[in-house]
Ligand binder design. Sequence first.
Ligand code: FA5
Length: 370
Amino acid sequence: MVEDITALETTALGSLTAAEHRSDRQALEQWRLTYLGSQGQIRQLMRCIGQLPLEERRTFGSAVQSLAQRLEVAYKASEQRVSDRLLNRELEAERIDVTLPGRPHAQGLIHPLRQTLSDVVRAFANLGFQAVEGPEVEWDTYNFELLNIPANHPARDMWDTLWITDRMLLRTHTSPMQVRTMRMASATARRQGNEPPALRIVVPGRTYRYEQVDATHESQFMQLEGLLVDHQSSFSDLKGVLTDVARQLFGQARKTRFRCDYFPFVEPGAELAMDCFACEGRDPHCRVCHGSGWIEILGCGMVHPKVLENGGYDPQRYRGFAFGLGIERITMLRHGIDDIRLFYLNDVQLWRQVRYAPGAPRSWNREVPE
Ligand code: FA5
C-alpha cells in the first residue's frame, strides 16, 4: 500500500509540473479535482483505511495525510507561479508609454450669433450705449399700443404675432423696451424731483413672429434695439451712429443704403440695407437679396412724439432716435452664410467652415470638437 502512495505521488507531481509548464489554468483545476477534490484519489485512499488490518491503519493513514499535505502545498505553489506568469505576460502586452504627449482636448467656440451680438453691443458701447434687457413675453400695451399702434390699426399687420392670451404675446420686436425704459427713467427722475435723464441704450434679445420661414426669415430670431433720447439729437446723428457701427463691424469695403420706411413709432422712418455679399447685385435670381442687390438689416427713425409722451418725456423738449437690427442678418453678412436656418441646425461642420471666414474673431482659431 505504501508503494501505491509513492507511485501516486510521482504521477501526481509529474502531471502538475506538466500543467504548470503549459501555464494552463484549466489543467491545474482539473488536477486539483483529480487528486484533492471530494471525489479525488486522496479521498479514495482515505476510504480504504477502514478495510485495512488494525495494525496497518495508523501508518497508512498518516502516510496518506502527509501525501495530501504535500500535494496541497505543491498545487498552491504551482498555481501561484502560473498566476504570476500570466499576469506578467498581460502587463508586458499592455505596456504604457508614459512619455507620450497627451491628446489635446478639443475646445468649442462661441456660437456665431452670440459672437455677433457681443460684437454689436461692444460697437455701440464704444459710442456710449448701455445694454439692458427686457421680457420676451410682453403685453399688447407695450408691444403695440404705447408704440402708437392702437388695436385694430392696420399697422399691426406688419408683425405676424404669436399670441398667448388676447392681451399677452411673444414680443414681435425689441421696441417695447423703448417705452419701458423711458417710463422707468422718467418716473424715477420725477420721484426725485429731477428732469427725465438723457438715455442711450441698446436692448439685445429674442423676438418671435408667426412667419413663413425661408432663407432670410426665421420665426424666432434676435434683434438689438437702440434708443437715444436727449434735447437735441437729429436724423444726421442717427445716420452717423449707424454708419460708424456698420464700419466697426464690416470695415470700409461694404456699402450701406438708407431708404425711407414706415414704422408707426418713428417719424421720419428709414431702413438701412447693406450690399448683398452673395451676388453683389449681379444675380437677378439670388435667393439672399432676391435680385435687389441689398439686404435690409435694420429699421430706424426719429422717435415719434406720441411715443416720447407715452414714455413720460415732453416731446416739446426732448428728441430721440431709435433703431432695431436683426442679429441673424448681420451674422449672415459677416460670414457669407446664405441661409438663416443654418444657425439653428447645430451642424458642427458649418462652424468649422465659418471659423476661418473673414470677420471671424481670432479666438475662433481653435479646434471644434468632433
Ligand atoms: C422692427 O422690428 C422694428 N421694431 C425696428 C425699428 C426699431 C424701427 C426702432 C424703427 C425704430 P422690422 O420688422 O423691419 O422692424 O425688423 C427689424 C430687423 O429685424 C429687420 O431689418 C431684420 O434684420 C430683422 N428681421 C425681421 N424679421 C425677421 C425674421 N423673420 N427673421 C430674421 N430676421 C428678421
